[in-house]
Design a binder for this molecule. Sequence first.
Ligand SMILES: Cc1cc2nc3c(=O)[nH]c(=O)nc-3n(C[C@H](O)[C@H](O)[C@H](O)COP(=O)(O)OP(=O)(O)OC[C@H]3O[C@@H](n4cnc5c(N)ncnc54)[C@H](O)[C@@H]3O)c2cc1C
Length: 294
Amino acid sequence: MQKQDNIAEKFCAGKTVFSVEFFPPKTEEGARQMLRTADRLRGLLPDYVSITYGAGGSSRERTVEYGGILRNVFGFNVMPHLTCVGHSKLEISEMLKKYSESGFKNIMALRGDPPKDSPEFVPNPDGFKHASELIEFVKSNFPDFSIGCAAYPEKHPEATSLDADIDNLQKKIDAGADFMITQMFFNNSHFFNFRQKCRKRGISKPIIAGILPALSYKQALNFRKMSSSEIPDELLRQLSAAEDDADAALIGLEWAERQLEELLAENVDGIHLYILNRAESALKLSRLLRGRHS
Ligand SMILES: Cc1cc2nc3c(=O)[nH]c(=O)nc-3n(C[C@H](O)[C@H](O)[C@H](O)COP(=O)(O)OP(=O)(O)OC[C@H]3O[C@@H](n4cnc5c(N)ncnc54)[C@H](O)[C@@H]3O)c2cc1C
C-alpha cells in the first residue's frame, strides 16, 4: 500500500502543485488505455491524481477499484471524487469510511450532475442538496480528510450570476473545503477575473486551474456544451482549419501549452490536467509542467 499525503499541505511549499485527472474506464480497451497512461505518467511524478465519480453516481464501484489500482500499482497519491447523486447520508458515510480505513487522505466533494434522463438535480430524500452540505458532513465525521471542491470561473450553468455562484462557493469553503479545482477554461482571462473576485471577497484557499486540451473541432464544441465554457473564436477557427486529426491535436495542445505558460507566470496555486486517460497529450503537458517546476 502506498502512503497517501494530505493534498492541502502541498500548497504550503509555495510551488505550483501539479495534478492529473483520470476517469474510471467502462470497457476492457478503455482500461488498457488508462493503465498504459498511468504507467507512462508515473515517472513525471504528479503531486496527486484524482479519479472521477460517474455522472449520476453510475461508476461508484469502478471509482473505488481504479482509485485503488492508481494508488497500489502505480504509487500515486490519489483523490477519489464523490458526488451526492442518488446517495443517502448513510451510503455516503459508508463510502467515506471505506476510503478512510484503507488509508486515503483526500476526497473531492461534489454535488454531481443529474443522470442523463433527468433534467434537474433531485436530492436523495435522506441525502444532500448541495456540495456544501456534503463537505460539512465530511469535515464533521472524517476530519482527517483534505477536501477539494469544484469552482467555476465562468459560473456554474445553474447559477444566476458569477457573483451568486461565488456566494455559494464561499459556503463550501466555510463548510471546510481546503482547496478548489476549477472547471476547464480555454481563455485565461476568465480564470484571472475569477481569482481576483475570490481574493477580494476574502476567499484565500488555493485555486487550482483546470486545463483540458481540445484535440479536435468536434471535441471543442462538445466541451462547450458540457461545461458552458467559452471556446475562443481563434481556437475554433484554427481547429476547423486543421488538415487532419494529428494537426488538430497539435493545435489544441499548443493552445493548452500557451495557457499553462501564462498561468505559471502568474504563480497559480495549482494546475489540474483533465487528461481523459490519454497518454500523449498528458505526457506532453506534464513534461512542460515538470520541466518548469521540478
Ligand atoms: C473539478 C471538477 C470535478 C468534477 N468531477 C465530477 C465527478 O467526478 N462526477 C460528477 O458527476 N461530476 C463532476 N463534476 C461536475 C459537477 O458535479 C457539476 O458541475 C455539478 O452540477 C455541480 O457540482 P458542485 O459540487 O459544484 O455543486 P454545488 O456546489 O452544490 O453547486 C451546484 C449549483 O447550486 C448552486 N448552489 C450551491 N450551494 C447552494 C446553496 N446553498 N443555495 C442555493 N444554491 C446553491 C451553485 O451556485 C451551483 O449553481 C466536476 C466538476 C469540476 C469542476
